[in-house]
Design a protein. Sequence first.
Length: 463
Amino acid sequence: MSDALWTSDELAAVTGGTVVGGPFTVSGVSIDSRSVEPGDLFVALAGVRDGHEFAAGALASGAAALLASQPVDGPHLRVGDTFVALEQLGVAARERCGARRAAITGSVGKTSVTQAIAACLTLAGRWHSSVKSYNNHIGVPLTLARMPRDTERAVFEIGMNHADEITPLSRFVAPHVVAITTVGPVHIENFPDGETGVAKAKAEIFAGLEPGGVAVLNADNAWFDLLKAEALKIGATVRSFGSGEGVDARLVDFVAGEERATVHAVIDGEALEFPLLQTGLHSGLNSLCVLLTVEAMDVSRETALAGLAGFAPLAGRGAEKTVAIAGGAFTLIDESYNANPISMNAAFRTLGGRKATGRRIVALTDMLELGGQGADFHAGLAAPINAAGIDLVFCAGPLMKSLWDALPPTRRGGYADEAVELAPRIALAVRPGDLVMVKGSNGSRASVIAAALASVGHGGDKA
């Protein structure tokens, strides 16, 4: 029983379902038969494919039982709607557990901040967190349903593409602390009022905040005043981070080296200097967001700093690889998971500040969901690229054609309609000593370029 996440009796009590095939216990919850672990409860959700089609495979992979709404073979809990049952499990897991909970959102950096917080929580006791980017209407209740009953602290990532998506997710989590990393022109094609709509949608994170809760906000962001006003409306205590005066956590300086950076900050009047394994300029402010959030979760600053010091860049979000080629090696910086105008600008500034024996090269694919302003946003990248002193730019995608046309001929490395066509051209152009950054929206397949470059030679991850 001590290792049981759920017993069949508990599952039945929470969902009103019927236990079929005898009592059982489960140690995890899965919605993907390809990643089922022994002892899991496999939840057969409806989707492009009906999850019940994969029930037998889930049991063969070691699932202890199924959550189903149709007749299936094997031990299972029969319910009317498996998605509703998953939501019920999430709420029940939250209510049975006294964990102090944090919810993180933002146009940029929410996954990295969430995982950095998790790295701090691992040193502070029994913890739980979102995995990957499980931040939507399925991922949030799933993460809650997986939360062990003895969890002391937990952090959840919450995302959105439209208005009114964050509100129910915040209420599911019922956080004691919320943080908004920043707000910018992301998903704006889904908002008639543009970035204002995005800001208001991010403010929905306050909807589920527990009474007396804490809101951690970016004072450098143009929407700080709006977000602060919304937080104060519901009685939250606002904690601010930024680079200007009058904030609770102030970034004084960020010194990036080849493989690590040093943050100089003042938090509540105390001067601090601490290391990070992330070298992106945005990491400085993100680290302050992490520290304020973790502090509000009753974790000591010493423990939080130790967690940050050991937190490595995530795959597709700044992870680096040394790739051996004829005559030496180049450094691949993989930022291929996502992109928007804010993160593009930060990436260019970071690359421009890096020491390089060779050239600074960027390979870019389309930024998506920018609506009618997409071409202008892409063409507008030329200015920060020039300011950063980027030597060569490779572009793929119809929107990136606007950037390509705006670049001076001396910076044009190559253009292709699709990412897969661009990768071999970059591989032929790269030289020993080059710094090569790949960045674009996940949907425009920037990862194809990153993967191709990583396999050009025999390389290894940087320490």
